[in-house]
Design a protein around this ligand. Sequence first.
Ligand code: MEV
Length: 311
Amino acid sequence: AHGGLGSAHGKAILMGEHSVVYGAPAIALPLVDLQTTASVREADHGSISSDLYTGPLEGAPARLQPVITALRATVDRVGLSFDSFEIVISSTIPLERGLGSSAAVAAAMVRAVSNAAGVALSPEETFELVQVAEHVAHGTSSGLDAHAVRSLSPLRFQAGIPTPVRVGAPMAFVIADSGTSGSTSAAVGGVRMLRKTRPALVEGIIESLAGLAESAIAALGAGDANALGATMLSGHEHLARLGVSAPALDALVAAAADGGAYGAKLTGSGLGGCVLALVDPDQADAVSDAMMAAGAAQTLRTTLPGGQKET
Ligand code: MEV
């Protein structure tokens, strides 16, 4: 083993966060402008270098434990020794904003280590190793993020199975970062508690979110931004009823709608993090300005390329 490189990208969830944990379909979008890279090279002692911490593997802070646990599993899997690496991680994906940073860091690391070992892991093996990190980071994980950060096409994900989604016409999005972080384990745990105390309420919301995911897939295929925007606004309402929104997120959704977006919703596990707005490209500046005025720390843009409309 000498050295190896790996990368992965960010993701946004278009529909189905939380309900996906209970078997409903979800849709994830690739955010290819947000990249994480990992490079691994032989060294005398195990060390890690990232924005969070640089130093020996043993002294790494709790926030790096997910990737370090997965590193251990990956090294075992490919037949290398844990203490013989320097691993350098750099990432432009904001942390704890629901944009897939934890899964992307793990995916980049798994690729870098397997490349260093000269071992070609199957997609399933790579997924399992990324899930090691996701379980440490979030307690539980549907597997959506682990697939989404490695897929260049939008994905439908249900019951562990990812399938590519057809996009009938280009779709432009503005993502607003609320500037506050949301804990995925807290959000997922909150929904689990609510489902225990109010099962009928939560099952009803999950069913509605499942229907909205199917509507969103149909709208994407038809290239119908009006229909997709409407499903997003409805999705946000349902997520708010699950208790995973926050005043800052509600304010950003309202600002996007007032600013001319087709629709907007929180994206990712919620409580903090980001709002995803679907816009006409000509309105992107206005929607971005409206969300900045409503308290966003920053906004970013992404466009899904789309092919022929269905006839
Ligand atoms: C987090 O990005 C998505 C959630 O649905 C959790 C999961 O899928 O495990 C909130």
